[in-house]
Structures are given as C-alpha cells and as structure tokens.
Design a binder for this molecule. Structure first.
Ligand code: 4AD
Ligand code: MG
Length: 504
C-alpha cells in the first residue's frame, strides 16, 4: 500500500508506511505529512481517535521519523496528493531526533555534504524521478529503433577524447585509464550489430568547477553503420524529441515540484535549427541576425533588464521592511513579508551575478577568434536567440578529436556535430561522422601524439569492411539539468563526483 494508490481506497482503512516529512500540531490534533517515496500524504492524528498515549508519541515525533499510519482515506482536493488519512493508530519504527536538514534554507555545501539525506527532500525526489524517466525513455527509443545495447569496458589502454583528462590507475602493474567514452568500442560493435548504444559511466579528470562538469558522469553513445553526419543529426533530433516528450508525459508532478515551465520543453516538437560552425560564429559575433534579432543586442538588453530589476527588488525590500518596522503587524503577516524579503534578496544575488557575467560574455562573444572552440559563455550567447536545441556541425578539424571524418568537399572541416540546449545549458550532445580512411586516421593519431600500438585494433575496423558510420554521445546529467532547469549538474546524480568532491 502506498500513497499513489489512495484513490482506490476512499472511505476504507489502510496502512501507509513512510517518514515524517513535516509536522504541525494543535492541542488535540497532530498533522503529519507522510513521505513514502512514491508521494506525500497528510495524516491527521486526533487525540480522540488514537488515544492519549499514542497522541503523546505522535507529538514527540521528529522530522524523518519512520512510522506506519493506519486510518481512513478521505478525498480532499486541497491536500497534497488529493487525499488524507484520518488515523486510528500509528506505529513507530524509529523516532528520529535532530534531523540536520530542516525546511529552512541551507547552503549548497552543507546540502552536498549531507547528500545521503538531502536525497529525501522534495526537489531531489523530483529530480531523481525525472532522471529515472529519462533513462527509461532512452532505452525505449533505442530498443524500438532496433539498436543493441552494449557495455563498453571501463578500464582502457587508450584515450578516446584526448590525453589531458584521463584518470590513470594501476592495472596489474601496467598503467590503465578509466574510460572517457565507449565510442571506439561502440564502433567495433556497430560493425558486428549494425546499430548499437552504450549506457555507462565515463570519467574525465577535469579540474574545472563549472556547473556543467562532473568527474564521473553517464553517457549514452549510439553508433550506426552506413550512416553519414546528416542521418546522424536526424537520429539525434528524433531521439531528443522522443525522450523529452516522454518525460513531459510521465512526470507532470515532478516537473511541477521543480517549477519547470513545460512550454520551454515542448518546443522540441519543432525542427532543430542546424548551423555550420561558420554560421554559428557569425551569429555569436552579432554579424548575422536570427529572426531579426542580434545576439549582442539581446545580451545587452538582458544586462539592462537585470540592472532595472535589481532596483525594483531593492525598492520592494525597503517598502516591506518599513511596513514591518512601523509595528502593529500580525505575526502571520510579518512572516509573509519576511519570506518575500528573503526571496527578493536571493533574486538580487542572482541578478548581481548576471551583472558580473553578462559584460564578460558580451566581450568574449564580440572578440571570439574564428577557429576556436566555443566556451561555455559563447554557447549561452549563441543559444540565447533560440528556444530549442540547435545543432552546430562542420567544425575546424584542428579542434576536434582524431577520429572525426573530414568533410570531403572542404577538408578544413571535420564532420562533428554538437547539440546546444537552450536556456543557457550549452552542449548536451557531441558526435559526428567517423573517419573511414586508415591513412588519414594514422596521420591524425600521430598529430595528436597518441600511441599507435594501442590503436591497432581500431585501425582493423578500417582494414576489414570499412563503411561510413556515425554516432554521438549524450551526457545524461546535462540533459537532466536542462529538463529540470537546475543551476548545477551536481543535483542530477545521486552521489556526484566532481573536482574536490568524493564524499559521501
Ligand atoms: O563531446 P564529448 O567529449 O564526446 C565524446 O565523448 C564522444 N566520444 C561521443 C560520441 O560521439 N560517441 O562528450 C559527449 C557529451 C557532451 O556533449 C556532454 O553532454 C557530456 O558528454 N560530457 C560531460 N558531462 C558532464 N561532465 C563532464 N565533464 C562531461 N564531459 C562531457
Ligand atoms: Mg564535446
């Protein structure tokens, strides 16, 4: 019996087991929000119904105490979940005291230190369920399309994406690396199966503390034989559309808890704009407009709006503080005003950060040097003019991985494609068409100063039945962050690993 089944038991007696998420009390009644993992249900424990002794116990329950409540199910649409339980008895597994995470605001570092407990909070509950729904939707899509799921090794002898961010380990006295990507193995398997996808952990030793980087993250890497970059882009687009639409359909409650504006996700129904690197650079630098809008002008307007909004917030805080200071206000009204003031102060913090960032983003976009990779802020500026993911393809070959196919019509470019999510989330997918020529690959392996011997097996794939093939990698945490509109990827994975963080 769980809280999501209550609709089938209206008027009947049930037992629900869970944890005390919240408790308030009056002289004769204790109200408990019982959290059972599936949902939350208000339980009403009246002294008349449960008796003096149990009532004293109920009153003593601390947050996160584990209990079983038995009582009658009553429909009440004002209540969270739409039902409540009028208890006839309560059984206590453990009465928990001094739970460290209260319903007040806590600093992020404190919450991450207590990640093992933080996972129980309502927002984290919603995020983990969205992650689960995304995982399920990913398998649904690929399985329906005839892809075979494969597991690539985690210990590897070679780099896939470059040597700078490898985690080295000792493998029976020889150096080995934690995998950065299963792609190269995926290519081998695609030549055996036609279409495959990996879904596994990947590791990058990046000493960066951005909101997009983890040291351990989960990547989904499909690989398709007889597929060029344009068919690859068709697959990426159909895939992201199907996954996001499935999550919208399956997670309305979770997305509501997160306050997610679903209309911002529903745009995936439209065709994803495809831009060459050259076109993207022109948009970034404000040299080409999109729907009559110039990226630099729009970012400047965002900056002006942030300045104006901060002044508004400050004025409202002063007004509310003066009203409280004038005296004669009821306690409830004071609390209400104080909450408003706190949330305005939080908004100001964000606005101040915007005012620090936006001028730098503007300068960096304006001065962008052709031939460079886009930085995080460039991605944000570029995507500001779009309300759905965009795909940037045909990159200068020097900045892409050794395995990328060169555009036969213009070998300055490699046939890579990056998908950039809207709302400032940046790159969520990287992929492309793979080089088929052994000769060109050997040249690239040398150019990237990679050890030739460990790539012999990979070169075999070009010696025996080489075919055009393509694939991509989706960073699961980056997708979850965008779908949930989170500030940082650390909230998208149960126990995040990033620079400086190995516990809990
Ligand atoms: O662009 P990347 O490095 O591409 C590859 O690894 C290719 N082998 C994929 C392929 O074609 N099969 O990484 C792919 C995606 C990025 O777009 C991003 O979403 C995610 O993986 N990613 C990270 N996510 C979190 N933390 C990090 N440090 C990440 N690095 C990459
Ligand atoms: Mg990339």
């Amino acid at each position: 019996m769980h809280t999501k089944q209550l609709d089938q038991y209206v008027g009947q007696e049930v037992t629900v087991k869970g944890w005390v998420a919240n408790k308030r009390e009056s002289k004769t009644v204790v109200f408990i929000n019982l959290r059972d993992g599936r949902g939350i249900c208000q339980c009403i424990l009246g002294v008349e119904e449960i008796g003096e002794d149990l009532f004293a116990v109920a009153k003593s329950l601390g947050q996160e105490s584990s209990i079983a409540v038995t009582g009658k199910v009553v429909a009440d649409e004002r209540q969270i979940g739409g039902y409540e339980i009028h208890a006839t008895t309560v059984e206590v597994y453990q009465n928990a005291k001094d739970y460290p995470i209260s319903n007040k605001e806590h600093g992020v570092d404190f919450l991450v230190d207590n990640r093992h407990l933080w996972l129980r909070s309502r927002r984290q509950w919603a995020i983990m369920r969205v992650r689960n729904a995304i995982t399920y939707a990913i398998h649904n899509f690929f399985q329906a399309e005839g892809f075979v799921q494969m597991d690539a090794p985690i210990f590897t002898g070679n780099a896939a994406e470059g040597t700078t961010d490898l985690f080295e380990t000792d493998y029976y006295g020889k150096p080995a690396y934690l995998t950065q990507s299963g792609q190269l193995y995926g290519e081998a398997m695609a030549m055996a199966m036609g279409k495959i996808y990996t879904f596994g952990p990947t590791f990058r030793a990046e000493k960066s503390k951005t909101r997009r980087h983890l040291s351990e993250f989960w990547m989904i890497e499909p690989e398709m034989a007889f597929c060029d970059i344009f068919e690859n882009m068709d697959t990426i687009e159909a895939f992201l559309r199907a996954v996001v639409q499935e999550v919208i359909a399956k997670c309305p409650e979770e997305l509501e808890v997160l306050g997610r504006d679903i209309s911002k996700l529903e745009t995936v129904a439209k065709p994803f704009p495809r831009l060459s690197y050259d076109e993207a650079v022109e948009i970034l630098k404000g040299q080409t407009e999109v729907n009559g809008q110039n990226s630099l002008t729009v970012i400047q307007a965002d900056l002006d709006a942030a300045i104006a909004r901060q002044a508004e917030c400050e004025a409202e805080i002063a007004e509310r503080e003066a009203a409280i200071a004038a005296g004669g206000m009821k306690k409830g009204a004071i609390n209400f005003n104080q909450n408003k003031i706190d949330s305005l102060k939080n908004e100001i913090k964000q606005l101040e950060e915007d005012q620090r960032n936006l001028p730098q983003w503007l300068a960096s976009a304006r001065d962008f040097t052709y031939g460079n990779d886009f930085g995080g802020s460039d991605e944000t500026v570029l995507t500001r003019l779009f309300d759905l993911p965009i795909m940037v393809y045909d990159w200068p070959h020097e900045i892409k991985a050794f395995y990328m196919k060169r555009n036969p019509e213009d070998p300055r470019f490699a046939r890579g494609v990056d998908v950039l999510a809207p709302e400032g989330y940046g790159e969520i997918v990287g992929g492309g068409e793979r080089e088929t020529s052994e000769e060109w690959l050997v040249e690239k392996i040398q150019e990237h100063k990679l050890p030739m011997d460990v790539f012999q097996w990979y070169l075999d794939l070009r010696r025996y039945g080489s075919v055009p093939h393509s694939g991509f990698g989706l960073g699961l945490e980056r997708l979850v962050a965008w779908v949930c509109k989170l500030d940082h990827v650390r909230e998208t994975i149960p126990f995040p690993r990033y620079y400086g963080r190995l516990e809990p």
